[in-house]
Design a binder for this molecule. Structure first.
Ligand code: C2E
Ligand code: MG
Ligand code: MG
Ligand code: MG
Length: 290
């Protein structure tokens, strides 16, 4: 009887797996069509210098609008795009769009732009050339572009790490900066910090103290340790997922360089971002006490 039940479960599992594979294939086909139909949009979220409150950069975050009024977030389609390889085309589209949008913001406000990069893109032999072309075509200076890589993605074939190092070095020689995204959530974090040529460390939001009194001590030592780690390695520290004024005060106290999160602003489309940046500059230009 147990054997029969086991067999049943195996059959159910296989059917579920097949269904998921079918869904995946369908999703990839829809994504491919969406790229041609220009259903993707890049949103931007501010990254703020904690010392001054100034908008230092914006992070480009892709959104999918499959139909009017319908929005799908990247967590629901980036994994499929990565598995299928479609991320190479989608990622290049995001990069070019982000550079174009940011060129004007950089001219007017000195704002930089950060773009998320998938492992598959970094493994393309001509990726550094792709980035160089996006910069030239948009007029955005290399110093105003930051590429974000997630450490989880770097786990893989033995020579993948060498290739990643070579690619990142080539990009940095062009003057582009590199950030490690979601630091602390992947594998071998410290080994990567030691070996990879990087400039910025983005602390995953799961490390931010919630602000609730009591359990805060241990959380606090953790963030402090990561900020100090970044500074000892001469990296800038950016806190992700900042949602409350208490967290801002705390991060300032710890000497964290920058913050990003709903407290400073949600991701918005390019037109809204243009307004947000102009308003921020106006506020900054006001004389104290005005
Ligand atoms: P990420 O690069 O770590 O981006 C930060 C995510 O946290 C964004 O989610 C952002 O909307 C969200 N977030 C920002 N502030 C807060 C906050 O205060 N609280 C909370 N709870 N969340 C906050 P989003 O836009 O859904 O993107 C999810 C992930 O998808 C990104 O994580 C990134 O890994 C990936 N992604 C987005 N765009 C691209 C892209 O163009 N290419 C690639 N390869 N991945 C992308
Ligand atoms: Mg990111
Ligand atoms: Mg992140
Ligand atoms: Mg993330």
């Amino acid at each position: 009887e147990a054997k029969a039940a086991g067999r049943d479960r195996a059959v159910t599992y296989d059917a579920g797996l097949r269904e998921r594979q079918l869904e995946r294939t369908e999703l990839v086909e829809r994504l491919r069509a969406a790229l041609t139909a220009e259903q993707f949009t890049v949103y931007y979220q501010p990254i703020v210098t904690l010392g001054t409150g100034g908008f230092d950069a914006v992070e480009a975050l892709v959104r999918w609008f499959p139909a009017p009024g319908e929005l799908i977030g990247p967590d629901r389609f980036i994994p499929a795009a990565e598995d299928s390889g479609l991320i190479v085309a989608l990622g290049e589209w995001v990069l070019r769009q982000a550079c174009r949008d940011a060129a004007g913001w950089h001219r007017q406000h000195g704002t930089a732009v950060t773009v998320n990069v998938s492992p598959r893109q970094l493994m393309e032999p001509d990726y550094a050339a792709t980035v160089g072309r996006a910069l030239r075509d948009s007029g955005l200076p290399p110093a105003a572009l930051i590429l974000e890589i997630t450490e989880g993605m770097l786990v893989g074939a033995a020579n993948q790490e060498d290739r990643t190092i070579a690619q990142l070095s080539a990009l940095r020689r062009q003057g582009v900066r590199v950030a490690v995204d979601d630091f602390g959530t992947g594998y071998s974090s410290l080994a990567y910090l030691r070996d990879l040529p990087i400039d910025i460390l983005k602390i995953d939001r799961s490390f931010l103290p919630s602000g609730e009194p009591g359990a805060a001590d241990r959380q606090l030592s953790f963030v402090r340790t990561i900020v100090d780690l970044a500074h000892n390695l001469r990296l800038a520290a950016v806190a992700e997922g900042v949602e409350t004024p208490a967290q801002v005060a705390l991060l300032r106290e710890l000497g964290c360089d920058k913050g990003q999160g709903y407290h400073f602003g949600r991701p918005r489309n390019a037109a809204e971002t243009t307004e947000v940046l102009a308003a921020a500059q106006l506020t900054a230009a006001l004389p104290v006490g005005a």
